[in-house]
Design a protein around this ligand. Structure first.
Ligand code: 3AM
Length: 185
């Protein structure tokens, strides 16, 4: 069984976020740079066949590239996670997160949670919210999303991408025809 979730990788922005967090009195245990991600949908435990079905179903999922401004901080008191996230975000992000949650639900995966609050967890076991002034201002430019497996190791948890898909605008029929005419006048 594998513990799965969908997320946007943070990649190029990760070192900047870590450098910013580490010069602040940020509460809790810091999340390592390699583990930074923006969760889209949590799926939980899945066997191999279900994981393969999930990957096949997601092949047909479309979403354009996403620009997400990370300009506020927050804290989930129950999960004790302190995070950075957007005040506002593109609706396409909600649509993608919901679609991926539904792909999981069709295979009886997920935790039944409906709400979605995009965030990048920067620390865990945080007993209080980060008190940050001035507000952050980073831009996460996402051009792919991934299905991750969460692996527990003696050194802590590690997230391994099992599959990634590009975020790209759907090609328009009309544009394809126009391109064809240009190629074959
Ligand atoms: O990095 P974040 O916090 O966005 O909190 C866990 C992490 O997300 C979340 O899945 C991501 C990878 O572990 N997670 C773990 N168990 C969860 C659960 N039972 C969960 N999210 C919801 N329900």
């Amino acid at each position: 069984m594998a513990k799965l979730f969908f997320a946007l990788p943070v990649k190029e922005l990760a070192p900047e976020l870590i450098a910013w967090r580490d010069q602040l009195p940020w509460p809790g245990q810091p999340v390592p740079q390699a583990n930074l991600h923006l969760t889209l949908a949590f799926l939980g435990e899945a066997d191999e066949v279900t994981t393969r079905r999930l990957i096949a179903a997601v092949e047909r999922q479309h979403c354009p590239p996403l620009s997400i401004r990370l300009d506020e901080t927050g804290w989930f008191s129950r999960a004790k996670a302190a995070w950075i996230g957007p005040k506002e975000w593109p609706n396409e992000l909600n649509v993608l997160a919901r679609a991926l949650r539904r792909h999981g639900e069709k295979l009886r995966l997920g935790n039944g949670e409906q709400g979605y609050r995009p965030h990048v967890t920067l620390s865990r076991k945080a007993g209080e919210a980060p008190a940050i002034l001035p507000a952050p201002n980073f831009l996460l430019q996402a051009d792919e999303f991934c299905l991750y497996q969460s692996i527990s190791t003696p050194d802590g948890v590690r997230y391994e991408p099992l599959a990634c898909w590009p975020l790209r605008a759907r090609r328009k029929e009309g544009l394809d025809n126009e391109e064809q005419r240009r190629a074959n006048p």
